[in-house]
Design a protein around this ligand. Sequence first.
Ligand SMILES: [Zn+2]
Length: 254
Amino acid sequence: MHLTTNALVLREVNYKESDKILTLLTETEGKLTVSARGCRKKDSPISSACQLLAWGEFTLYEFKEMWSVKETASERLFDGVRSDLDKLALSSYMAEVAEALAEEGQAEPGLLSVTLNCLHALDRLNYPLAQVKAAFEWRSMALAGYEPQIQRCEVCGREQPQEPHVHLGEGLLHCAPCRDRLGKGVSMPLTPSALAALRHITWGPRKRLLSFRLDGEGLQKLSDASEAYLMTRLERGFRTLDFYKKITYKPLLH
Ligand SMILES: [Zn+2]
């Protein structure tokens, strides 16, 4: 059986002498684990597409209940990402999150397009990395069924909460003074403009995901809250996020 589909490589693991095992996010079948035989040989025609964060057309064949890569074509490698360590680290984190959120055998067109849009933005456009990161985290979580309830304060009903916060465990918006009326757990602060950006990210058109502007404080809060929300709801950390934070951490100068 053969299958031809566009796919993004979310993970690569070397296997035997010259093979790799790849985790793909495919357009038609969702997440798929495939073997790429011989792709680490120098003259392999599939080597370019069979690397982390490559996007291309994959022709696969099934053999002994395992998919293998037969051919690849028209790959895009996001060279602007590969040549910048900060961007590469962020992209690797996005790939790890996409892998965690995607399910085997179930097409994930929203998650795939958000991941590709963010990779494209890092490759070609000049957004702050924290903006791409926060937009990816919030929107991919919403797509995976963890959309926060951000219409109004959960307690008093204000559409523009006083000192807006997001309750991480329950994904609820509330005012700082309304906090006591909600259950236990951590809440993270937003600024009013960060809340407006969060609403745009969550409800706006996918193609305009990054079309918002935030000042430094708003962006920092939006990004801190998105990361904490993602880890709280998924109940796990990400090795690639630790690395990203380690290399982009800029200590305050006194
Ligand atoms: Zn309130």
